[in-house]
Structures are given as C-alpha cells and as structure tokens.
Design a protein around this ligand. Structure first.
Ligand code: ZN
Length: 230
C-alpha cells in the first residue's frame, strides 16, 4: 500500500466495528494520509458495547465522519452473535458458530454504497487470514472477488474509476497487528473484541475472540489493557 502523503486528503471508507482489528486499520489508514469516513454496522450483535467503542474510536483517532447503519441480521439468525445460540468458550472444530452468515458481504456492500456516494475509491476492512476463526469471508480470495464485484456493480466502476479494497491486516498475526497499532497510537483499552461483552464494554475473558486477543498481547509482549468483567 502507498505510504504517507501520496494519499493526502484522499477519501476512504473504513469499516469500524469497535474491535481491535478495525481500530488498527483506521489508525493505519489515517497514518497513510487518507481522510477516513468510518462506518459501523448495527446488525443486532450481542456485543452492543462495540458500537459505542466504534464511535469513541472514530472521534479519538480523528476520522472525518462516523456513521452507523442498522440492518438487523437477527432476522436471518444462524449465528451465536445474532441468534439464541450460546457463544462457545472452549474452541471449536471447523467454522465456528460465531460465523455470521454473509456478514462481510453485507458490510462491504454497505461500505461500497457509501464510498460511491462520497466519491471515495478506497475501502478498508480489518479482515485477517492468520489468527482468525476460520471465517470464509476473511480470506484474500473473497476480498479479491468483492473488489471485482465493486468495479462491475457501480456507476463509478462502469465510468472507469477503480475501487480498491484495502486489507492491511490480512497477512499479520494478532501479535503483529497489536504491535503495528501501538506504533500508530491505538489505545486498545477503548476497543471491544469480546463476543459477549457487557453493557460497559467489559470482556468475558473466555470466548474465542477474547482468547485470540489475550494471546496476541502476550506474544507481542504488551500488557493487555482489556477491561475484563470481575
Ligand atoms: Zn469474551
């Protein structure tokens, strides 16, 4: 990805869930000179506190604007995050039940619509194919396909402008993501990764997301600033 002033003032749409990965992506995009418009999707997730975290992070890191789009994926269900299914705490085989059917397709589609309206040809998403949970819509093949779709599906694309889907974390381990974020000033105590965080944004310390995050801080040799519920 191009660095620094090359991108100065270029508008970008950044999907910002309020978790560790997307906060890092926003800080990296800002450090590379993009003028970032953050987008949070209220899809009916259990961990509502991440939406508050998203708004706080957008302000604190210095995004140009923040939006929330509500699209209730509980109407589809099928996930421990959007349905009456317990969040697993012991690790699972295969694609875990915290997978939300077609979530990144839905989110990137909304981000694409916003980007076209804002004349922003750059989209950022914090997908990661290393320390992830095996979600199919976090793979590079999916992102490449979506970029092709973005350029076929839009007026901007047909008129010859090119959308780029940036995934600066895709090849990084969780520890590398944390180290990169610290370098660009992310305050990880503001981020909420837990799948069942309470209303104050305090983490359970037991779910898959908490465990991946904890071991990331450990490997990076950085004190875990996460607020845990007692
Ligand atoms: Zn948790």
């Amino acid at each position: 990805m191009s660095q620094g002033t090359d991108n100065k003032g270029r508008d970008a749409v950044v999907l910002l869930s309020g978790g560790l990965d997307s906060a890092t992506v926003l800080a990296l995009a800002l450090a590379r000179g993009f003028r970032c418009h953050t987008l949070a999707i209220d899809y009916g997730q259990r961990h509502r506190a991440e939406l508050d975290a998203s708004e706080a992070l957008s302000k604190q890191l210095g995004a140009a604007s923040h939006r929330v789009i509500a699209i209730d994926l509980r109407a589809i269900g099928g996930s421990a995050l959007t349905d009456d299914i317990a969040v697993p705490e012991g690790g699972t085989e295969g694609i875990p039940i915290t997978y939300v059917p077609a979530r990144n397709t839905v989110m990137l589609s909304l981000a694409l619509g916003l980007a076209e309206t804002l004349n922003a040809m750059d989209l950022f998403i914090g997908v990661n194919a290393v320390d992830y949970s095996g979600y199919p819509d976090c793979r590079p093949e999916f992102i490449a396909s979506f970029q092709t779709l973005a350029n076929l599906a839009t007026k901007a694309g047909v008129e010859g402008r090119r959308f780029t889907i940036h995934t600066p974390l895709i090849d990084l381990t969780k520890a590398q993501i944390i180290a990169a974020g610290i370098e660009v000033g992310v305050d990880y105590s503001l981020t909420v990764s837990c799948y069942q965080a309470n209303g104050r944004g305090e983490a359970c310390g037991r779910c898959d997301s908490c465990r991946i995050r904890q071991s990331g801080f450990e490997t990076a040799g950085i004190t875990d600033p996460t607020r845990y519920c007692q």
